[in-house]
Design a protein around this ligand. Structure first.
Ligand code: AMP
Length: 627
């Protein structure tokens, strides 16, 4: 597929408001993607690599702006690009505004007369090439390669490339839309629903008055009546969802759905060495838990960092016969963070522990906690000193002692356990790692739960987790099968979107940080769809709780993220998440969110969270209501 076609379709998707219409256009695009299907799916999600691969292209906003400036010609410098960014607020629009491809003049016609158009696969190859550049001078090589690519692109293509490079696609296409579109494109004709098998009305180059999807000049866009429903059934969508949970690879699932249908999807298995998304929890109380289930499984809530352990010991036999068979020999141990970053290297003692204790293939879920000399837990910030470290691992190992608490088992000795109950998974967990397994107590009255909570708090832990003992493990799901109960007022995890230079002694440091919540487009639609391109709205400014030393390191950190500056006020590229404490949430016209935090205070940087993991306006509203 030509990259220009992808860009035109993407533009149509971006301009489409209704969810159903978006799903149809995406489904149509997937159906037309042919051999580029996996790449198209990843690009739609703003990714170059599947989520389970720990690779990144490692190009920051500054380098991207420099590449655009370079491609825009000799009269343009990065300051000019930054001005336009301040003006337009979005890197894609800035890239499009320069007509980069138009700058190449005669170079557009390659000397051998070959077609100079760029294919989706060319962009993918080039971005992977950029990802692979390492060592001295790698910044320069990345810049040149990216510049070379921008130089070949027309405005709509440049928009997409700029966004892709920074991982912010802004098409309003989240993982839920892709899931639905895969079902619509490749499974709907298999299903037995009444409307199944009906091909969408393709419209070439013409707009139809009544449909919700917009047609574009070049792109083929599906237009249907606004009250039309999707042909894919709930069962189709569930089949895709399931395969996504197991494989954690949208491109791969799209290909399997297209080539092998539902049965192909159903055959997907966990693979030791391929991380899946972590199951997540909502806030809740003992009373909530007992109201929702007859009995609650109660566990300590450890204040540390989430780790998924993958291990298939070498002695265990033959290598897997195909990539879909759980590996039964020689993987890892590999450790992955909650965002599926590879954290094996920084945590050698966990690796040693697993190697020592485990003798069959496993996938375990758990928490790594920092402890003091007596083995008592230390605050969460301590574990982060170890977590992302690539250098001085041995020295840090001396300084910060770690414990690993395993609380779930997704795979044990050839058996996938996602669909079994928590109680069963815990039995297998105890079998796999008897002395690392967290204690799970079944309770059917509030008093027992409160007693466990008191003990957990006295021992220095954060609180307790309440889990439905009958529930399956649903990767990536923040449902009500797991409830977290913390006694303190919940802190909020907020995206840092701006700041202000300090005054006097602190004039060379950022002194105040503007923090924002996510406002997901369909926060309230109730059908579980989430978008990866959230809007961000401020809820307050954080200035207290930060030492001078910390301010200096935060200033270094935020300096490259400055997007625009006016007087002492700056806007940042939204990349960093702060944990913020507060006394109260008030309604307020001051901020776009409609709320303001009273006495916001900096608790720490949530290194383990991305912008997409930050708290939403919906959550803030719930907290405000509960006050
Ligand atoms: P939060 O980060 O506040 O949303 O709380 C959820 C997190 O608590 C999970 O992602 C885990 O990292 C952590 N956690 C600590 N102990 C447990 C446990 N026993 N079960 C599940 N999650 C736990």
């Amino acid at each position: 597929m030509e990259f220009a076609t992808f860009a035109t379709r993407a533009e149509a998707i971006e301009r489409t408001e209704a969810d159903h219409a978006t799903t149809w256009i995406v489904a149509d695009l997937l159906a037309d993607a042919d051999e580029d299907l996996e790449t198209v799916v990843r690009f739609l999600l703003g990714r170059v690599f599947p989520a389970h691969e720990t690779c990144t292209i490692d190009v920051g906003p500054a380098l991207c702006r420099e590449a655009i400036a370079k491609a825009a010609g000799p009269n343009v410098d990065t300051a000019d690009v930054e001005d336009r960014l301040a003006d337009r607020g979005e890197i894609g629009a800035v890239a499009a505004s320069y007509d980069l491809g138009g700058q190449r003049g005669l170079a557009a016609f390659s000397t051998d007369g070959a077609d100079a158009t760029v294919a989706v696969a060319d962009v993918d190859d080039t971005l992977r090439e950029i990802a692979a550049v390492e060592g001295d001078g790698s910044e320069g090589t990345k810049l040149d390669t990216l510049f070379g690519l921008f130089n070949r692109l027309d405005p709509p293509e440049a928009t997409i490339l700029a966004r892709l490079v920074l991982g912010e696609m802004r098409l309003g296409v989240g993982e839920g839309t892709i899931r639905d579109a895969i079902a619509e494109a490749f499974l709907a004709t298999e299903s037995e629903s009444g409307s199944a098998g009906e091909a969408p009305d393709d419209v070439d180059g013409a707009a139809s008055g009544d449909g919700e999807a917009e047609a574009t000049e070049d792109g083929k866009v599906v237009v249907r009546e606004s009250d039309d429903v999707l042909a894919a059934t709930d069962a189709d969508v569930a089949a895709v969802e399931r395969a996504l949970q197991v494989t954690n690879d949208y491109g791969r699932v799209a290909t399997i759905a297209r080539d092998r249908g539902r049965s192909g999807l159903a055959e997907q298995r966990l693979v030791v060495g391929r991380p899946v998304q972590a199951m997540l929890a909502q806030a809740g109380t003992a009373a909530d838990a007992l109201e929702e289930w007859d009995r609650a499984a109660v566990e300590t809530k450890f204040d540390g960092a989430r780790v998924q352990v993958h291990y298939a010991p070498p002695a265990n036999g033959d290598p897997p016969t195909d990539e879909n068979t759980p590996s039964n020999g020689d993987v890892g141990p590999k450790l992955y963070s909650r965002n599926m970053d590879d954290v094996t290297e920084p945590l050698p003692e966990v690796v040693e522990l697993i190697e020592d204790r485990v003798d069959v293939p496993v996938i375990l879920d758990g928490e790594v906690v920092a402890v003091d000399a007596d083995g008592d837990p230390l605050p969460f910030q301590e574990v982060l000193r170890r977590f992302r470290r690539k250098h001085d691992v041995d020295r840090m190992r001396e300084e910060v002692d770690l414990r690993f608490h395993a609380f779930d088992c997704l795979h044990h000795d050839g058996t996938d356990l996602l669909d079994t109950s928590l109680a069963t998974r815990h039995d297998r967990l105890r079998e796999a790692v008897p002395d690392l397994a967290a204690t799970l107590t079944l309770a059917d009255d509030v008093e027992t739960i409160e007693a466990i909570e008191r003990r957990a708090l006295e021992a220095g832990h954060e609180g307790i987790m309440l889990k439905d003992p009958e529930s399956p493990y649903t990767p990536g799901d923040r449902g009500r099968n797991w409830l977290k109960r913390k006694p303190d007022v919940e802190t909020l995890d907020l995206v840092v979107t701006g700041g202000e230079w300090g005054e006097g002694r602190r004039a060379s440091l950022f002194g105040t940080f503007e923090v924002s919540v996510r406002v997901d487009r369909d926060d309230d639609d109730g059908n579980g769809t989430t978008h990866t391109d959230p809007r961000l709205e401020p809820v307050g400014k954080v200035a207290t709780g930060i030492t001078d030393e910390r301010l200096a390191s935060l200033t270094d950190r935020f300096d490259p993220l400055v997007r625009s500056e006016e007087g002492t006020t700056v806007a940042f590229d939204p990349q960093v998440v702060f944990e913020v404490g507060y006394e109260e949430i008030q309604r307020s016209p001051t901020y776009g969110s409609g709320y303001a935090l009273r006495f916001p205070r900096f608790v720490g940087v949530r290194e383990d969270k991305d912008v997409g993991d930050a708290d939403t306006l919906a959550r803030l509203e719930r907290f405000a209501d509960a006050q």
